[in-house]
Design a protein around this ligand. Sequence first.
Ligand code: AP5
Length: 211
Amino acid sequence: MALLGPPGCGKGTQGAALRERFGSAHVSTGELLRAAVKDGSELGLAAAAVMAEGKLVPDDLVLGLVEEQLNGHGRDNYLLDGFPRTLAQASAFDTASDSGSYELDHVVALDVPEAELVRRLCGRRSCVDCGRSYHLEFRPPSREAVCDACEGTLEQRADDVEESVRARLGIYRDQTAPLLGFYGEKGILNKIDGTGNPSEVTARILEALGG
Ligand code: AP5
């Protein structure tokens, strides 16, 4: 299954809920890339500046990363979060499907109005240690700037400042939104209203997927 939608629509939040429900391996390209940046690996060095500006990391780097994950977990049930994100990525994944390596059964596209996306992203804080996500207004931590789960420090992501958020939304419209048509034609697209509280959104997704 793949989770598709603009920045801040709730891919990470819903990914965590669906991973528990289906026992899937959760492959988030954003999380993997942030981990690479933190580690200072070759991939991280190539991706850091691009990500901070809100632009997309080159397709070949992302495809290599995803392939490594899909071959590495040895599972038959994957939840892709933030991938594919361009028509080139979707086509490359399709080619792998044709060769029998992987098959995408469902694409869940979360729909949230742009003003709400900006509010969600600018208020998000993430734990530098475990990556858990909070929101200053909608999901505040018990103690200011401290992670409830691991007591790590909460920080704003470099790409969650308003200028980068606006750039990310523009890139979503230009490069990722065309995937809605691509997967719609294949008959595997489920468009879901991503507003309301997270558990309401999860319930809508589960209903669309047939429980
Ligand atoms: P990525 O990490 O994938 O970022 P994104 O797509 O911009 O999405 P976000 O993580 O910002 O938001 P989300 O939809 O997961 O929402 P979340 O659940 O966190 O990618 C980051 C960067 O990596 C990209 O810009 C690019 O540079 C690079 N990259 C990644 N994949 C790539 C690819 N395939 N190709 C090329 N480059 C790639 O929620 C957001 C906030 O809202 C949180 O605070 C949360 O608590 C809150 N919230 C969630 N749901 C609700 C709700 N229902 N009500 C109220 N608040 C909510």
